[in-house]
Design a protein around this ligand. Structure first.
Ligand code: SF4
Length: 452
């Protein structure tokens, strides 16, 4: 729930008129504060206590937490809604690969390389996994430090350091370096006293592990009191139903009840919840939907990772903004003056389906893409954005008429009915009805080329 300016007015110093904050009154300053348009420090007369209270009131209900540094740093949290359709989800969860200090050197290298280099292109976007989770299984500080040192030298992706023994964990931190902002996993009620002094000094993000959601609360409150606020929560259970229930409880407590001790992103471990990869990927998919900020997998196998990355892309795209490509004429397979002009809409999924099918035929073609505001073929046609008049106007303005001699324009089969209208708009052009679906281009384009 957004903070109202009137709530903040009650905390103002009531020196209306001094204007040192740059606003004519305390009321005006409070109103601006509520929208995030000014920093609380702009008023020199607010007490530290009042400032802290205001900062707390203005803080997002789920704290943003950054792990790692540089281009591959991962920002999680800061979500505002329980359901994506209420607005959008903002920060997609990170996928981490688990690497243990008991694994063979070759395996360590393969996994680190996968985290650093794997990538897939989908609808013009690059999809990549995000992190490595380095785990002490041998429970030996030296072993763990040497794993951390080795992997840290191989990757730029963010690192999670995992050890039960606080001494081993801190040796891992020293090997990694606090300046890389690794996530330390984990503070528990048993080790919090041993870890606190070093955590305060290091200033790195910290995972908090408990045996229930309730047990997380005193731990996060204590850490906050000590000035450690970049927290990631683990309610501890490894049973799927209970883990998903806990994720929902934490999200709803933070957003619906504005319960600050649970207002942090979460971490989930499908790697510890299944023995076979199919079950593990299914569990990971459940955590993607409900609401993990980090998802740790035992491996990154292409056939399991790609569906997860695709699911993440779909869930974390903004439902208020259609996925579009630039409206223009694209050249595919090096077209010359004899090439046909295919027409489609600027909905990204439609564009990439048509472009990739055309590319696969190796037949040169122009692809004219008018601005249909991200609508697919039928939706664009039904709203008047993809009729004969709109397409004709786009083709005339695009300059493509000067580039082609044969003047053959191919419209999608789904809008065959606009053929006559387009012929009226484009005298001198031959309008051809193409396949109803992009997959039909593989046979349609060779036939068209033969006839030409
Ligand atoms: Fe009020 Fe502080 Fe602004 Fe002065 S500087 S007008 S006291 S908010």
């Amino acid at each position: 729930m957004a903070v109202k300016g009137t709530d903040l007015v009650k905390l103002m110093p009531k020196r209306t008129g001094c204007k040192e904050c740059g606003f004519p009154t305390c009321f005006a300053f409070a109103m601006k504060l509520a929208t995030g348009g000014v920093d609380v420090d702009a008023c020199p007369y607010l007490s530290e206590e009042a400032k802290e209270k205001i900062r707390d009131m203005l803080a997002p209900p789920i704290r943003p937490v950054t792990i790692g540094t540089g281009d591959r740093a991962l920002l999680i949290g800061e979500e505002e809604v329980v359901y994506r359709h209420e607005k959008t989800f903002f920060h997609q969860p990170g996928f981490a690969i688990l690497i243990k200090d008991t694994e063979e050197d070759g395996e360590v290298e393969r996994k680190a390389k996968a985290a650093e280099e794997m990538s897939f292109i989908r609808i013009g976007r690059t999809l990549r996994p995000d992190m490595v989770a380095l785990m002490s299984e041998a429970k030996d500080g030296g072993n763990f430090a040497s794993l951390v040192e080795r992997v840290a030298g191989m990757v730029t992706v963010p690192i999670i350091l995992m050890a039960d023994d606080p001494e081993v964990l801190l040796q891992g931190l020293e090997a990694c370096g606090a300046d890389r902002r690794p996530l330390l996993y984990a503070v528990t009620k048993e080790n919090i006293d041993a870890l606190l002094p070093k955590l305060k000094e290091a200033g790195v993000p910290v995972a908090v592990k408990a045996s229930s959601v309730e047990e997380l609360v005193p731990l996060t409150e204590r850490l906050k009191e000590e000035g450690i606020q970049d927290l990631v929560l683990d309610s501890g259970t490894r049973k799927l139903w209970e883990a998903i229930r806990d994720q929902i409880l934490i999200r709803r407590a933070a957003l619906k009840q504005e319960f600050k001790p649970l207002g942090y992103p979460t971490i989930a471990f499908p790697c510890f919840m299944a023995d076979d990869p199919k079950r593990e990927v299914t569990i990971a998919a459940a955590f993607l939907n409900r609401y993990a900020g980090i998802i740790v997998l035992s491996d990154f196998k292409e056939e399991y990772l790609y569906p997860l990355l695709t699911q993440r892309m779909n869930i974390y795209s903004d439902p208020r903004v259609p996925m579009t490509v630039e409206a223009k004429v694209y050249e595919i397979n090096g077209p010359d003056e004899n090439a046909p002009v295919l027409v489609t809409t600027n909905f990204a999924l439609t564009y990439f389906a048509v472009a990739s099918e055309t590319e696969a035929t190796k037949i040169p073609a122009f692809l004219a893409v008018p601005d249909t505001e991200g609508l697919c073929v039928l939706a664009a046609w039904s709203t008047g954005k993809f009729g004969g008049e709109a397409i004709g106007e786009f083709i005339k303005k695009s300059g493509i008429e000067e580039k082609v001699k044969k003047k053959v324009v191919v419209i999608p089969g789904l809008v065959a009915r606009i053929m006559g209208e387009l012929e009226d708009e484009l005298p001198g052009w031959k309008v051809v009805v193409g396949p109803r679906d992009a997959t039909g281009l593989s046979s349609f384009l060779p036939e068209l080329a033969q006839k030409a």
